[in-house]
Design a protein. Structure first.
Length: 194
């Protein structure tokens, strides 16, 4: 089954390994934003959509030993790397092939997030709406991305992989209250169920 839509960037063997190397270094600040939000909302169940090589989940699982995390990514290469990286958390972190449009788990979550993945999606609204179906009664759906106007240095190369304010303002989820914050080059968009 192909989990990518036509035109979405596909991560193969080499690009997945390269991403795993650079993400550990260049996305550390972003992972700390996610860990901060996990502490704020205190979830017991988390879904990571577009988990890549599992770096964000490694930080979460290391900081919060009582949280159960389900992770999905459309790339079998990303999932393979993430399984190795997260093997020490066996039983608490579950990884499967999937996408925002095809979530293989049949449960609800307190906190659902996507980090540095949303910009790749061809049908962003559809993906967000589908993710929202998996949110618990007071669940949170979060999007973490680069913020294009603030990119500098190495991250400027990621410009096409970043959101603008117009894109942020256009993103909405019925039945959820949206807040967003820009922290340097990174941004968080939070949707809390109302």
């Amino acid at each position: 089954m192909d989990l990518y839509k036509e035109g979405e960037e596909r991560f193969g063997f080499l690009s997945s390994h390269f991403y795993g190397i650079i993400s550990n270094h260049f996305l550390r600040d972003l992972y700390m934003l996610i860990v901060e939000d996990i502490g704020k909302y205190n979830p017991s169940t988390i879904l990571d959509v577009g988990c890549g090589t599992g770096s964000a989940d490694y930080f979460i699982a290391s900081n919060y030993p009582n949280i159960s995390i389900d992770c999905i990514d459309p790339s079998p290469y990303m999932i393979s790397i993430a399984k190795k990286k997260l093997s020490r958390f066996d039983g608490r972190v579950n990884l499967q092939l999937g996408s925002s449009r095809s979530i293989p788990f049949d449960r609800k979550y307190d906190f659902i997030f996507t980090s540095i993945s949303f910009h790749h999606w061809k049908c962003r609204e559809d993906g967000l709406r589908n993710m929202a179906k998996y949110a618990n009664e007071k669940g949170v759906v979060a999007v973490y991305e680069y913020y294009r106007p603030n990119l500098r240095g190495f991250h400027k190369a990621a410009g096409k992989h970043a959101l603008t304010m117009d894109e942020v303002q256009a993103i909405n989820l019925d039945g959820f209250r949206k807040t967003f914050e820009i922290k340097g080059e990174m941004m968080r968009i939070l949707f809390q169920k109302i």
